[in-house]
Ligand binder design. Structure first.
Ligand code: SF4
Length: 426
């Protein structure tokens, strides 16, 4: 069958699509890029942002109107409240994606398939087709150990189920053998890896780094609550030169009162102390964080605390989300802030964050060193990453993915650096 996979959402969702592509190819299906020739279209959905949810539901409806055979999967499907919106089409739950090839055959024959399974699927080491030949994304677990009051992902993915270490290592080894230069470890909360298996994320990083070959590991998002618990081990693991000096640690608010209402399990001070501890050992580390602006109980004073925390800690990357109530969550039951209040705060926060990330990026101007070319843009330019995982835009002839080049940073923008290639090293 000819199958088109449409993907929305986070790194885990992108990785699920790579796995489904691998499983489909292994079963003899053909992957296509256009709707017209596709016998079946897989809509791999996400519920992290309200805007994305609207977009994917609209797209599914459009395909349905065109008479296309669709299989919806991903987090949207897990949320029972959405199932009536998917009326009449086939859907499969996250844990059933391992049998996608069989369901494609059934849907192509005209059957309507609607399946769920409670048995969690260990996604490590399943076949996959990489979107980027030098980057291997490894999902290391499903779910998380928290119950944040704003989060719909938890409702879809449940408690942490860590995937087998042996399978994760096997996947990493085979990726390095295939020529991958970056291993991305991803999940809803990497900080919880192994807690259900008597190990932790620092041990896993150590074992991946022990794999022979020249590659980097990018540790994905980990919540402060768990980093705090394994901080010493994690800092030791980050000392390995194979680990990108990059820490994605979502703080969400600078007010302890709001953090409590969000049920985050950490304080603003916890975040500050972690950032200081990592910067003390790795002065050039990239600190990335996430902020939710306009949580229902956020007062003007709480918001000012967030601004203050950002000014004090100066993260290098800041993702801002304006709060939007997700159906089924506790925060959706709370009295909401007015839209204009949320918008005004979000504008003010964006302005501050742009100033701070620009200030941080300007410190890199004049830096010279090695960077790995890991992304090609549609306009023919490339992006390279140095050991701090800083994105460096390069416009040069003869570059290819996987090259390691000596670069010099000549200018900075809020979200990336601009560099020139100096010497061909490899
Ligand atoms: S840690 Fe919180 S925000 Fe993240 S997936 Fe779990 S419940 Fe959701």
């Amino acid at each position: 069958m000819k199958v088109l996979i449409k993907t929305w959402g986070c790194a885990a969702s992108q990785s699920d699509s790579e796995i489904m592509a691998g499983l489909l190819a292994r079963a003899g299906h053909e992957l296509v890029k256009d709707e017209t020739s596709a016998d079946v279209i897989i809509a791999n959905t996400c519920t992290v942002k309200h805007r994305v949810e609207i977009d994917e539901l609209k797209e599914i409806e459009k395909l349905k109107q065109k008479g296309k055979k669709i299989i919806a999967t991903g987090c949207l499907v897990q949320d029972k409240q959405h199932l009536n919106k998917l009326n009449g089409i086939s859907y499969i739950g996250l844990n059933s994606e391992g049998e996608i090839a069989k369901y494609v055959d059934e849907v192509a024959r005209g059957e309507v398939v609607q399946v769920f399974s409670d048995k969690k699927l260990d996604r490590a080491a399943l076949p996959r087709i990489r979107k980027n030949p030098v980057v291997e994304t490894i999902q290391i677990l499903q779910g998380c150990m928290s119950n944040c009051t704003f989060c719909a992902t938890k409702l879809a993915k449940g408690n942490t189920y860590s995937f087998s270490e042996a399978r994760i290592l096997a996947q990493a080894e085979s990726a390095v053998r295939d020529g991958c230069k970056e291993i991305w470890l991803t999940s809803q909360d990497n900080g919880t890896y192994g807690i259900d298996r008597g190990t932790n994320i620092a041990n896993l990083l150590g074992k991946i780094c022990a794999i022979h070959g020249k590659f980097f590991v990018r540790n994905g998002m980990a919540n402060p609550q768990w980093i705090k618990m394994f901080q010493k081990e994690l800092i030791a693991a980050y000392k390995n030169e194979k680990v990108f000096k990059f820490l994605h640690i979502p703080v969400q608010s600078g007010s302890d009162r709001v953090l409590k209402d969000m049920r985050r399990g950490h304080s603003a001070k916890d975040f500050k102390k972690i950032v200081e501890a990592f910067r003390e050992v790795f002065p050039k580390i990239t600190i990335a964080t996430d902020i939710i602006c306009g949580f229902p109980s956020e007062t003007e004073k709480d918001f000012e605390k967030t601004l203050k925390l950002i000014k004090e800690t100066k993260p290098d990357m800041i993702n801002i989300s304006q709060f939007w109530p997700r159906p089924g969550t506790n925060a959706a039951e709370m009295k909401q802030l007015r839209g204009d209040v949320k918008k005004a705060r979000s504008r003010q926060l964006t302005k501050l964050c742009d100033e701070i990330t620009m200030e941080q990026n300007k410190k890199w101007i004049g830096w010279q060193g090695q960077a790995l070319v890991d992304e090609k843009n549609d306009d023919g330019t490339f992006v390279a990453r140095n050991a701090s995982y800083k994105p460096i835009l390069l416009k040069a002839e003869g570059l290819k993915l996987g090259d390691i080049r000596n670069v010099k940073i000549i200018s900075a923008k809020e979200k990336y650096l601009i560099g020139i290639v100096q010497l061909l090293l490899e």
